[in-house]
Structure formats: C-alpha cells, structure tokens
Design a protein around this ligand. Structure first.
Ligand code: SF4
Ligand code: SF4
Length: 278
C-alpha cells in the first residue's frame, strides 16, 4: 500500500483553507526558503542520531541504525528540531493511507475537509492522490497547500480528486524567487494560470519581507495576474514575522500595518476583489 512520510497532523486548523480543517504536513521540500517557517520539514531524516541525546525525556532511541520516536514519551519540547543539522525531524513517520484515515476519522464530524501541506506535499503525489480518493468517499473536501513547483498540469489524477489549491507566489521576479527559494518561478506561474483556468485555485499567497524582497513589484504584478484570471480568487498578503522561523539567513523585520495597507491598495486598484492581510 502507498505510504507517505508525514511530519505531523494538526486535528483542527482554521487558517489552512475554508472552514475547520484537519491539516496534514508531509515531509520533504524542494525549496529552501531563506525565511522558511517549517525548516524541520525540508529534508528526510538521515538517522545520524544527533538528536537522541538532546531529548530530555528519552523519547528517541536508535534501533537497527534508525531513530525511533516514542510518541507517548514525547513532551513536544522540540529540542530535537533545534539541534538537527539537516532540517529534519525524528518525529516524521511513515504512514499508510489507512493510518492517516484513522486520524481523520477522529475529527471527521467537526471538519469540512482536509488540507495537505508540507514541506511540499505534491512531491509525494501518488500518496496524496490515493489519500484524496479515500477522503472524498468520506464526504470531505480535499485542498492542497503548495509552493507551486510541481507541474500540476501533468498530474491529472491528482487534479481530478483535489477540490482546490492554495499556491505561494513568493516573488514575481524569477531571479529574486531563485535567490529566496533556490528555484525560479516559471512552473509556479504556469500552475497558477492552469489552476485558475479550471476553477481550482482557491488562494495565492505572498509573504512580505522588507529589506530583502521587492515586495511592491511582486504585489503589483501578482495582483494584475489574479485580476486577469479571475478577480475573485483570494490574494492573501502575509506579514513576515521573525518568530518560529529560520532567522539566521535573513535580515528583515515585520512590515508595518501602513505598509500592508498600501500593498493592499495596490492589489485593489489592479482589480483584485478578494484581498486579505494576515
Ligand atoms: S532528525 Fe536530524 S538530528 Fe535527528 S537523526 Fe534525523 S537527521 Fe539526525
Ligand atoms: S520534541 Fe519530543 S522527541 Fe523531540 S526532544 Fe522534545 S520530547 Fe524529545
């Protein structure tokens, strides 16, 4: 049976798509964003064992050269994440579809659907597609939160079962996007156009990072693109916040409310009808 590497499952989330949702974070990402807010989801665990001795509660052990996480003993202090030199987590586990469904069943009556995020969830496309096929049978909606780097127009099976996607457009400038993430934004832009064309684009997201990015240009160009595709697609403009994120690779600060309002006005003047500031 198809298996996925799951970083964690959040039973309830109100910020990962419409309504109350169960959010599932898959391990592994092909971007390496300077301001990554989930750096422990980037890489697969190398089982180097470095985190074992740092766990104050004895929740990590080495068995057959593999780090084993004891969920019952874990107190969620995240000391293991702080010391991992590999942007990984010993708490990411391999799960089959039935095991994930068992978790979703616990929240099923309280949620309208699931959102699968990451890391970059579309890198585990077969697992994602199989999961969505089963979740749809439960009468729940299936959303994807993606960095947009996987050509979704080539993943017809996934697209068929996926209700909608939320796509990050971190920078409109391909060179700047590459400096920020490690990859240019060609496929991201193609995905946004493709998903809008089939009415499966729920939201485009941009994080505003003063000093580092040309935020004005990105919001201007992105909002023009959204307005040309469908002005009702939501544009979420997000403040960079140096809390719980990798801060050693970036020199920035949280943008002011005035700056955010000015960016919102640009998007509004360009024709976007559904803009939210976060
Ligand atoms: S989580 Fe990091 S530190 Fe721990 S075993 Fe894996 S790679 Fe090593
Ligand atoms: S989060 Fe859990 S496994 Fe990691 S160090 Fe803390 S108690 Fe140990």
């Amino acid at each position: 049976m198809t298996r996925g590497i799951v970083n964690r499952i959040l039973p309830f989330s109100s910020v990962d798509g419409p309504g109350n949702r169960t959010a599932i974070f898959l391990q592994g990402c092909n971007f390496n964003c300077l301001y990554c807010h989930n750096p422990e989801t980037i890489s697969d665990c190398l089982h180097c064992g470095k985190c074992i001795e740092e766990c104050p509660y004895g929740a990590l052990t080495l068995e057959n050269n593999k780090v084993i996480w004891n969920k019952t003993l874990c107190k969620k202090c995240d000391k293991c994440l702080e010391v991992c030199p590999n942007n990984s987590s010993p708490k990411a586990i391999s799960m089959n579809i039935d095991e994930v469904l068992k978790e979703i069943n616990k929240t099923k009556v309280f949620i309208s659907g699931i959102t699968v995020s990451g890391g970059e969830c579309t890198l585990q496309c077969d697992f994602l597609t199989s999961l969505f096929k089963e979740v749809k049978k439960m009468g729940l909606t299936c959303f994807v939160d993606t960095n947009g780097s996987t050509p979704l127009y080539n993943q017809k099976e996934l697209i068929e079962v996926m209700d909608m996607a939320m796509v990050d457009l971190k920078s409109y400038n391909p060179k700047e996007h590459k400096i920020l993430t490690g990859m240019d934004n060609k496929v991201v832009l193609e995905n946004i156009k493709y998903l809008a064309g089939i009415n499966k684009l729920y939201e485009v997201r941009t994080v505003i990072v003063p000093k580092v990015l040309n935020n004005h240009y990105t919001v201007d160009m992105t909002s023009k693109l959204i307005a040309s595709l469908n002005p009702n697609i939501r544009y979420k403009i997000i403040k960079y916040r140096p809390i719980g994120v990798r801060t050693d690779m970036i020199d920035s600060y949280t943008p002011s409310d005035e700056m955010m309002e000015a960016l919102k006005n640009i998007a509004k003047e360009n024709g976007c009808k559904n803009i939210i500031l976060v």
